[in-house]
Design a protein around this ligand. Structure first.
Ligand SMILES: CC(C)(COP(=O)(O)OP(=O)(O)OC[C@H]1O[C@@H](n2cnc3c(N)ncnc32)[C@H](O)[C@@H]1OP(=O)(O)O)[C@@H](O)C(=O)NCCC(=O)NCCS
Length: 274
């Protein structure tokens, strides 16, 4: 077995394994775009004797506070624990983060070997389970509502999304500029916000919250229904999202809108604080 840095050329031959890890066909153009200038230092893959890619590890810095890492090991191969451990160790010895920085891995909850190895290697100071919810859309194409992408300022977007996780005004501004924020207003005030991503077949809802002072007034429902309309207009087959299993109001909310959980897509996240 051989560990090697992922370079741009290597990345180009990784579409299959990246798609297996993601659970959908990834766009190699998008992957190349994510490949930052520092990536070659901390993105690694491991090959078997025949050159086959057995697994990989890579991280995406979200902001100064946290990074999201991806670790995937092919199923049904020998020595999965040893391969996981080798990748984690090379990653650990070559990657540094500022003090207090949180590194998070999202791993299929069913992959016991990788989950256990992350624990053994000290990457699980904080663990949690993510449930995966999705809702299929019918074939009808709806007209796109004209106010769908009407936006508030970054400060209001950050304030609403803070109900979920801390969001800075700069981050909110970046998402507004990338046209990934959707929202609902009440009397001119921004009261519910979502951040969405588009893939070939689906829309992913990445962040979703109603302002704390405006709960249980139907604003989240209105926003999600707008997202369904937009997804249908973009010919998407489904809308999906991940939610922490402790967020009971959100789980009730998603179920009330027809989302169902795919238990086989449950993930355990592991966090390490530097
Ligand atoms: C989940 C959340 C977005 C719901 O926002 P909301 O604007 O209060 O929701 P709505 O008023 O549109 O509720 C629609 C339906 O969802 C369900 N629901 C919403 N909140 C609920 C709660 N606390 N308990 C049980 N069911 C709930 C109900 O069926 C509700 O209909 P009803 O009020 O007629 O009974 C909001 O609680 C929130 O921001 N939570 C914190 C952030 C979060 O966890 N986001 C999800 C991240 S993945």
């Amino acid at each position: 077995m051989e560990i090697q840095s992922i370079t741009l050329d290597v990345l180009r031959e990784m579409q299959n394994v990246l798609s297996e890890s993601a659970g959908y066909t990834v766009s190699i153009e998008d992957e190349i775009e994510y490949f930052g200038p520092n990536a070659a230092k901390s993105w690694y893959l491991i090959r078997g004797a025949d050159g086959q890619i057995l697994g990989f590890i890579r991280n995406f810095t979200q902001n100064s506070e946290w990074s999201l890492a991806e670790l995937y090991i092919q199923p049904n191969i020998d020595n999965r624990r040893q391969i996981t451990s080798s990748l984690l160790n090379v990653f650990k010895s070559t990657t540094s983060f500022p003090v207090g920085h949180r590194l998070r891995f999202d791993i299929s909850s069913h992959d016991l070997e990788v989950n256990e190895t992350l624990r053994e290697e000290g990457f699980s100071e904080k663990c949690q389970t993510f449930l995966y919810f999705e809702r299929s859309l019918n074939d009808r194409s709806y007209p796109l509502e004209s106010d769908l992408v009407s936006l508030a300022d970054a400060k209001s977007v950050a304030e609403v999304l803070n109900h979920l996780h801390p969001v800075s005004v700069d981050e909110a501004q970046k998402w507004i500029e990338s046209k990934t924020i959707r929202g609902v207003k009440c009397d001119g005030e921004f009261v519910a916000a979502a951040q969405i991503y588009e893939s070939d077949e689906a829309l992913e809802v990445n962040r979703f919250a109603t302002h704390e002072l405006f709960l249980r007034r139907g604003f989240a429902k209105k926003l999600m229904e707008q997202i369904f309309v937009e997804a249908a207009a973009l010919q998407k087959r489904r809308v999906y999202l991940k939610v922490e299993d402790t967020r009971l109001p959100a789980i009730s909310f998603y179920k009330s809108l027809g989302f169902t959980e795919s238990q086989d897509k449950r993930q355990t996240w592991h966090s390490r604080f530097y």
